[in-house]
Design a protein around this ligand. Structure first.
Ligand code: ZN
Length: 456
């Protein structure tokens, strides 16, 4: 260990972490090479850029919670954008109230340090701590439950601050979608500079979500060199790069700047509707016509079903005693689970013969902790390009969407840090960020964290 852990109080450098949601390591390398992001290139030259793995499933609420807590989902208790209530057909959206492990800023608050946290996806409703927090996109609107302290609300309203883009616009028209991304990004960056100028902090975490929205709707156009949308895509990164230059001006020389993404991105070849695939294979039966169902209405799962899928690719076995109309007896559980692993890992795209699922993980293979029982029975890791879906209503297994062209990836997330004293391991994991930040700030790193500090 270096001398950083002995530094404390006012001697300790501050840490500013800027999240570029879903920015792939490989894309950053390409943009650096093409001269699009010279300021980020400068940080990479003086510091370190690494590829990073995400978490299963790689959705933003699970990924940012893993990053912010330094533990896996079986410890922090956030497993997806939706989850189900056992023994009912009810589903819910996991929020900050469901999180069971402290965040970096809660631990820092206990150590007497102050944080500014903006746009973390899983921060609604906000909780009091030493600092300020403006919630991310799972917050329905700007109000006293999404802003702490709520005395900041009038200032945010006056700025016209927006929590998120409007996905409906992007689905309707690329022009409107791009204009909307730019509008939210400008307001977001205004707030970024204002907070850096005005607030006192030891830890600053600010997530730019517009990269994720850009990738979902424009990644393929960028990769294919579309004459209109590739330059527009690059312009967003140019804008972010110049904002990073401004951020550096507002930092002190001893501060550490971290740029990080929570998962990678790639173009979608096909969406894969796994419930349609399970139904096709005889594992899932419906009580009615699933094409009439909107939303995750689990009451349509017939008691004779062996399993169903919730977003994005989590298989729940219809276990007797746990699911409302469960039919698989506990003694058959492992046999059915093994059958489903085999089924998922041999699922093929009929047009190409390509496999669709790279691995079907039993939950205990990737998670460990007190909330393991709340995880789905199998978590599917898709082959990049095959976007797993848990919707019940689509009757066909494969679908190509006109507008939604980019999907998250487990690999190819990135960490860029303005320091060269970073351990030389080839791949960094999302869980390593929290212990790294805590060490840089001279705060204790508890043994229950799953990651390791990357500072030598
Ligand atoms: Zn994300």
């Amino acid at each position: 260990m270096s001398g950083f852990s002995t530094m404390s109080g006012s001697d300790t450098s501050r840490v500013c972490l800027i999240g570029l949601d879903g920015a792939p390591h490989s894309l950053l390398l390409r943009l650096i090479q093409e001269g699009i992001i010279p300021n980020i290139a400068e940080i990479v030259r003086q510091g370190t850029l690494r590829s990073m793995t995400s978490v299963h499933p790689w959705v933003s609420s699970v990924a940012w919670t893993t990053l912010s807590t330094g533990v896996n989902p079986a410890k922090h208790n956030i497993f997806g954008f939706i989850d189900r209530v056992p023994n009912t057909h009810q589903v819910f959206i996991p929020l900050n109230t469901h999180r069971r492990s402290p965040t970096i800023w809660e631990r820092l608050s206990d150590a007497g340090k102050r944080s500014v946290i903006v746009n973390n996806p899983l921060s609604y409703p906000v909780k009091p701590f030493n600092g300020i927090e403006i919630a991310g996109f799972l917050a329905p609107k700007l109000d006293s439950r999404s802003v702490y302290p709520s005395s900041l609300l009038p200032q945010l309203e006056k700025m016209g601050y927006r929590i998120d883009t409007d996905a409906h616009l992007a689905r309707k028209s690329r022009d409107e979608g791009m204009a909307d991304i730019l509008d939210v990004l400008e307001k977001r960056l205004d707030l970024l500079f204002q907070l850096l100028r005005e607030q006192r902090w030891d830890y600053f975490q600010f997530v730019i979500m517009e990269t994720d929205r850009l990738h979902h709707f424009f990644f393929k156009q960028m990769e294919e060199g579309d004459p209109v949308w590739k330059p527009a895509f690059y312009d967003i990164y140019r804008r972010i790069d110049s904002a990073i230059a401004r951020v550096r001006e507002l930092l002190r020389p001893k501060d550490t700047l971290i740029l990080v993404s929570d998962h990678g991105f790639c173009s979608i070849q096909k969406e894969v509707y796994l419930n349609a695939a399970l139904a096709d294979a005889g594992y899932l039966n419906y009580t009615g016509d699933p094409t009439n169902v909107r939303g995750p209405k689990l009451e349509i799962v017939a008691p004779s079903s062996k399993a169903f899928v919730i977003d994005p690719g989590r298989i729940v076995i219809n276990l007797k005693g746990r699911e409302k109309t469960g039919s698989v007896s506990p003694s058959d559980y492992e046999r059915i689970r093994s059958e489903l692993v085999e089924w998922a890992e041999t699922l093929k795209d009929p047009d190409t013969g390509n496999r669709v699922i790279e691995r079907a993980y039993r939950r205990e293979e990737i998670y460990s902790g007190p909330f393991l029982e709340s995880a789905a029975d199998l978590i599917l890791s898709p082959v990049n390009g095959y976007d797993p879906k848990g919707a019940l209503w689509r009757p066909t297994i494969f679908h190509q969407d006109e507008m939604m062209v980019g999907m998250h990836t487990f690999d190819d997330a990135m960490l860029c840090i303005s320091r060269s004293d970073i351990v030389a391991q080839a791949e960094v994991a999302l869980e390593d960020i929290a212990p790294t930040v805590l060490q840089l700030l001279g705060a204790p790193t508890p043994p229950e964290l799953d990651g390791k500090s990357l500072v030598q």
